[in-house]
Design a protein. Sequence first.
Length: 549
Amino acid sequence: MLKAENEFEIPEGTINTAKAAFPKGNRNMKMRDVFGPLFKDQDFAELYPSHGQPAVSPGRLAMVTVMQYAENLTDRQAAEAVRGRIDWKYALGLELEDPGFDFSVLSEFRVRLLEGGAEKLLLEKLLVGLKAQGLLKGKHTQRTDATQVVAVLRQLNRLELVGETFRRALNELAQLAPEWLLEQMQPEWVERYGRPFDEYHLPKAKEERIALAEEVGRDGYRLLRAAYQPATAAEVSQAASVEMLRRIWVQQYYLEDEKVRWRSKKGPGLPPAGQRITSPDDPEARVGTKGGSYWKCYQVHFTETCDPQHPRLITNVQTTPASTNDIKVVPQVHADLKAGGDVPRTHLVDGGYVSLDNLLDSRQQGIDLLGPIHEDRSWQARAQGGYDLSCFSLDMENMQATCPQGKTSVRFMQTKRRSGKPKFQFHFSEKDCLACQARPLCTRSKQAGRQLTVLPPTEYQALQTARERQKSEPFKQLYQLRAGIEGTISQAVRAFSVRRARYRGLARTHLQHLATAAAINFCRAADWLSGLRPETTRVDPFVALVQSV
């Protein structure tokens, strides 16, 4: 139940003491002076029951969370700051003698946000306050980029993964259904799974490791068969560790003539890395790769305004598994920006976000998705003077193509792409192509004529237009603004430790990123109100010396 609050009015003693202690103010005090309470209890009313013991003000807890992330503090450190720091008491509207709260309250507040689906309120309510003060301007042009996030996970090889998964299942079942587990266990399980499965205690020879892996697999199948018997209690079959055991066993093992086999290159292989569970502690974490480096966990995508006349503020945050293609993020970013009333006219992204479908969908929403689209990768496009697709004239009404030598296609076919969408094929006469002197520039086929595969007219024209546009000077000048998002990524990594997950699971990690974005906006708004402006990109002295010559 929420306590009745008077919108966090600052006690007189706190005002005088804080002004004396911080004569020039600081970020927390500046934001309090300008905005007052950024979060209100009624914003979180749906997360609390209407009866029972009064709760700590959720509006204050939201503010504490933002300030906690702004200074990169743990829960214990944040609770101590509420108890002992004058600027925090001032920002929260607390008496100087206020004892604060136990640090565990912050964890409970985050759980309420996640269970109520209200984690976005941390960023949304802050943006509402910034918009009311006229700071959220210049949002007609926005930019997006991403960085990797490393999971709070122990790195496990395949043998460690299956061993630890089975051990976790035994430990949970020992508490949920001890009598049932005693009936199922084998004598050797105590020796095999009585301690953590780590590389130090595992055999080194390849044959011995495979034999141990298959032994663990047989133990797992034995437990799963017993757990899914009709007579087994629901608390066993529905246990989270049993479900995790089942999912990992499907990925790591297969049955051959009722024998458990370890997946390898010789038999049925492993699922793709993007689908493979890498730890029983976080089944949503995936293996990602970028620039030759690998990491396990997620990616965070930040979208921000980029008008130099206004503060650069983050308007949207997306957290995805590391294996998720950037192309799939764009529709959700646009949907969220539209819901918040922050749709940009121009959206600057790198090539990883650009696809033909995204270009067309963005155009329908009135958004100019500006980023380099892939060029024609055919050998004709790479060869000097080659006859690539752009060299042919297409008559889509009559379904006929004309080559640079003036020959027309003789046959037309409509087929489907992997996505199920149509594509068209134009076939040229074998006789015409074999007699053509420009044949080496057009096709490498020794017998057949040239074949063209093109998209439907609307998509084809949009693709050609995008490829021509990105060669123009206006495109290059406008696209230079996209580079500024790298500074935000750098700030998030260096000052806010965004590259390391604080919590386990996609939902909790996304909450961390939302709180981080709110904290970045909090700091940038306070600096802007204090007269500080973003600095230009620093030039190394050596580069400056060379440029001056």
